[in-house]
Design a protein around this ligand. Structure first.
Ligand SMILES: [Fe+2]
Ligand SMILES: [Fe+2]
Length: 445
């Protein structure tokens, strides 16, 4: 008697991947997303165009959301096992993803992420959605469909940045191209990510041309703006008024666009503490970084809506640089302390400014300030919680988190004293020009 006649059998493909196979694939995707977002976060300060910094912060957050969903789904599929901290059989693949963090240049980073890693993830998700079972694995389909759409959008943004800046003649772009080709070659050799739950083991040798990543001491700035360290006179001259009316509208938009430092700080601390603190840290700080990028974009959009010339808008570096003046190992904790210091310092002014903007009929500034306030209350709690956890991890007293904050305040105060007389007078001239222009626009609008 044949086996077939004894039982009810079917040739349907729904049962192609069993629960354990599915969990293996989703775990691999989680580690890929985690590695990708860590690299993107750490490169934010090194890339000059504001649009790229803001977009990278959003992609970091999107990857963190997807990674979190993947992680939770893996836990569901493997219940009650909650072990997730090891890449296991996927280690070599993840090491290749991690290697992109050591890209030798900005073009090399853009090419290897935009033309290799992201398309690879997109194809893997597409293949997974086609092959897996919509009934048994419906919960995954819901969020992975979103991940696929996001990856498609991210690829097209990276492509536009590459097209806008690439120069096939330049040595840097030729080297970047060779770098991305090598990443691609190794990735193809490494696996068929979309097809097999089990990966072959790879020998990992460093990528030729790799440059060990280090936190930039000076953040790159968009050349369309007026470059400076201190972005408004009241920072270096306490007698200069914060202002009311048009001056307050401009000052607030300048503050917002200059939150670019917070986007950069968020990216650095996220990646620096990712292997020290638990996943929830990465998840929280990805949201934190994205929120700061929205505040930065709010300021940028208001200044553009008022038709102010970007060349006359100061874009500074002083807060970021106050944190990088110290010992290299202390830079990340200082950046975290800076974020915590400025969150708690400024938050109390925001409701009053929201009310003032309402009284001016400036609904856009009112709207932006009010949403900003809601985000900042969340950030102050992130700062306190994670500083305490970081201190505890280092064997220090968690209650000393306020000392870190005070130390950061001192670092900034000391850094401000380095402002030169020429710097201050140039800054006042630029600020006054901007205020005159804003008043002129008000009269003629
Ligand atoms: Fe902010
Ligand atoms: Fe914030």
């Amino acid at each position: 008697m044949s086996h077939r006649s004894e039982f009810l059998l079917t040739s349907q493909q729904r049962a192609r991947w069993m629960r354990f196979d599915t969990a293996q694939l989703l775990k691999r995707f989680y580690f890929c997303e985690r590695s990708l977002l860590l690299s993107e976060a750490s490169w934010i300060p090194a890339i000059a165009p504001l649009e790229i910094k803001i977009s990278l912060a959003r992609y970091v957050w999107q990857s963190a959301e997807i990674a979190n969903s993947l992680r939770e789904r893996v836990f569901e599929l493997r219940f009650p096992n909650r072990l997730m901290e090891e890449e296991g059989a996927d280690r070599a693949l993840i090491e290749l993803f991690d290697a992109v963090r050591d890209s030798p240049s900005v073009p090399a980073f853009l090419l290897s992420v935009g033309r290799v890693l992201l398309p690879h993830m997109r194809d893997a998700y597409q293949s997974y959605l086609t092959t897996s079972d919509l009934i048994a694995d419906g919960p995954t389909h819901r969020f992975l469909g979103l991940a696929l759409a996001e990856k498609t959008e991210q690829i097209s943004a990276f492509e536009s940045w590459i097209q806008a800046t690439s120069s096939s003649e330049s040595k840097e772009w030729l080297e970047a191209s060779a770098w991305a080709d090598e990443v691609s070659r190794r990735l193809s050799a490494a696996c068929e990510l979309e097809a097999s739950p089990m990966l072959p083991t790879l020998a990992s040798t460093p990528l030729p041309g790799a440059k060990a990543y280090s936190v930039p001491v000076h953040p790159a700035r968009d050349t369309r703006f007026w470059p400076c360290r201190f972005y408004w006179p009241d920072i270096v001259d306490p007698s200069y008024p914060y202002g009311k009316g048009v001056q307050l509208q401009i000052r607030s938009a300048i503050s917002h666009v200059n939150e670019v430092w917070a986007v950069e700080a968020g990216g650095i601390i996220l990646s620096a503490f990712a292997d020290t603190l638990p996943w929830e840290w990465v998840y929280n700080s990805a949201r934190w970084t994205y929120d700061e990028s929205r505040h930065c974009q709010m300021g940028y959009e208001r200044l553009v809506a008022w038709k102010l010339d970007l060349a006359g808008i100061p874009l500074g570096t002083y807060i970021y640089e106050s944190a990088t003046t110290a010992d290299v190992h202390d830079i990340p904790i200082h950046l975290l302390g800076m974020l915590f210091f400025f969150e708690t310092k400024n938050i109390r002014h925001k409701p009053e400014r929201t009310r003032l903007f309402h009284s001016y009929g400036d609904s856009l500034s009112e709207h932006d300030m009010d949403f900003d306030w809601a985000d900042e209350t969340l950030h102050a709690s992130y700062g306190k919680r994670w500083l305490k956890e970081l201190l505890a991890f280092r064997g220090q007293d968690p209650a000393a988190y306020d000392d870190v904050r005070r130390n950061c305040e001192k670092l900034v105060t000391d850094y401000v004293t380095t402002a030169t007389l020429t710097e201050i007078s140039d800054l006042k001239m630029v600020a006054n020009c901007l205020l005159n222009k804003a008043n002129e626009l008000r009269r003629t609008s």
